[in-house]
Design a protein around this ligand. Structure first.
Ligand code: LLP
Length: 413
């Protein structure tokens, strides 16, 4: 178990969270390396010997230690910016296993990936295609490309993280994309290698994925009829996790169903999971600073805030909140767990039945994905530290920012 209680104290693997806060301070992100690797392996091993590449979606958690742990398992990476690409390089990732996604790649980024030579650029618009071919021509390069199709599928997830509907900004309409493939076929500076699709995130049912594949299969046939034979199908990320006793997708079944539909094509399958690899491998630890009672509300004011962990404020996301030390004699009642920032959205949970008192530590669970990466310095709060644990070993993988760091890049005019 990556997070479990031993003698009433929450542990990450074999390390007590109480020891970690004593050493590294609070608030703090704590990640289980073993869990990250286990999650990656559940995708990887489900394919057996079938040609595939698991491109971990760097945006979910881009800490170098996370990337390096996965690079050691020969993972591929899905990047969205030059910053993410540079992290992958520094962490020892293989450029030949990198796919580059995103609706707004700029010419500096395109030039850089063409020079470096990555596995594939996932193109999201005709304007982007035109820019890539122009730059490739100038550099005398051939770009490996796929087009991200928008299959107009409802992923049945939060509207902010749904990407596969016609009304979303992502990809090229699947009914329009054939024209673009035919145009690409004529261009000497591109090499068509695949089809790409990503319909959303935190998807908890298989059906939207399978419906998208059905639409893609029709496209594959159309492309074949025009002598365009793709080498890979990139089905994106999006597999949901269990945040609140919600349904989840069994990875083995997911891969099995994908292969049932696509095996006859004999092409490599690429997946871009982010959340499913890191979410349940991380917790956010925060300290109860004050208790406060209003007319009919009890607040526990903690030292962590929405700038450190934004998902609750931004998506009204539900994350479990656990006491770090269960043996503390606190007050058992329904608490609103809130941060110190001047925004009503600055909360981590409402009406949570927890026994707590001032000075206790709480763990916000399943925060390994889209946690630290979405943190900011809002309210001039230094970003928190990150720690990785494996067995009984632990290490500071990002030090806490200092107050000086906050304005180190600023000048007075
Ligand atoms: N590939 C592409 C092209 C993506 O846009 C994304 C996520 C992924 C892969 C990885 O998706 P995952 O397997 O993690 O679901 N901040 C939001 C999630 C935004 C996801 C954006 N794209 C959240 O906290 O829920």
């Amino acid at each position: 178990m990556s997070f479990s209680y031993k003698n009433q104290i929450l542990n990450c693997e074999s390390v007590a969270i109480t020891d970690l806060v004593e050493l590294y301070g609070s608030p703090l992100y704590v990640y289980s390396q073993t869990k990250i690797l286990e999650n990656y392996n559940s995708f990887d091993s489900s394919f057996d010997n079938y040609p595939h590449l698991i491109c971990y979606s760097v945006k979910a958690n881009s800490n170098l230690a996370v990337l390096n742990s996965l690079a050691k398992l020969n993972a591929g990476f899905d990047v969205l910016s030059i910053g993410e690409l540079q992290r992958v390089i520094v962490a020892g990732g293989d450029l030949k296993k990198v796919v580059f996604s995103g609706v707004g790649k700029n010419s500096i980024e395109i030039e850089k990936v063409l020079k470096l030579g990555i596995k594939c650029i996932n193109i999201e618009s005709i304007a982007e295609f035109n820019l890539i071919t122009e730059i490739a021509k100038k550099l005398n390069k051939i770009a490996n490309i796929s087009f991200r199709v928008n299959p107009n599928i409802d992923a049945k997830t939060h509207p902010y993280i749904s990407t596969g509907l016609k009304e979303n900004k992502f990809g090229i309409d699947i009914d329009e994309v054939l024209k673009v493939y035919l145009k690409a076929k004529q261009n000497p500076n591109v090499n068509i290698v695949g089809i790409d699709c990503h319909i959303g995130s935190q998807i908890t049912e298989l059906a939207p994925f399978l419906d998208a594949i059905d639409k893609i299969l029709i496209l594959v046939t159309k492309l074949k009829n025009h002598n365009i034979n793709i080498k890979h199908l990139d089905l994106g990320g999006g597999v949901g996790v269990n945040y609140n006793n919600n349904k989840t997708i069994d990875i083995k079944t997911y891969v099995k169903q994908i292969l049932l539909k696509t095996k006859h094509l004999n092409c490599e399958i690429i997946l871009e999971p982010g959340r499913a690899i890191v979410a349940n491998a991380g917790i956010f630890v925060t300290k109860v600073e004050f208790l406060k009672q209003n007319e009919n509300k009890s607040f526990a004011i903690v030292d962590g805030a929405m700038n450190d962990f934004l998902r609750t404020a931004l998506y009204q996301a539900y994350h479990n909140i656990l006491p770090v030390n269960k043996s503390n004699n606190g007050i058992l009642k329904d608490w609103d767990i809130v941060g110190p920032i001047c925004e009503t959205a600055d909360y981590f949970g409402k009406n949570r039945k927890i026994q707590l008192s001032q000075g206790d530590y709480l763990a916000i669970t399943d925060t390994g994905a889209y946690g630290f990466v979405m943190s900011s310095n809002y309210n001039s709060r230094p970003r928190v530290a990150e720690v990785m644990v494996s067995g009984n070993k632990h290490s500071l993988i990002r030090k806490r920012e200092t107050i000086q760091d906050l304005f180190a890049n600023e000048n007075i005019f």
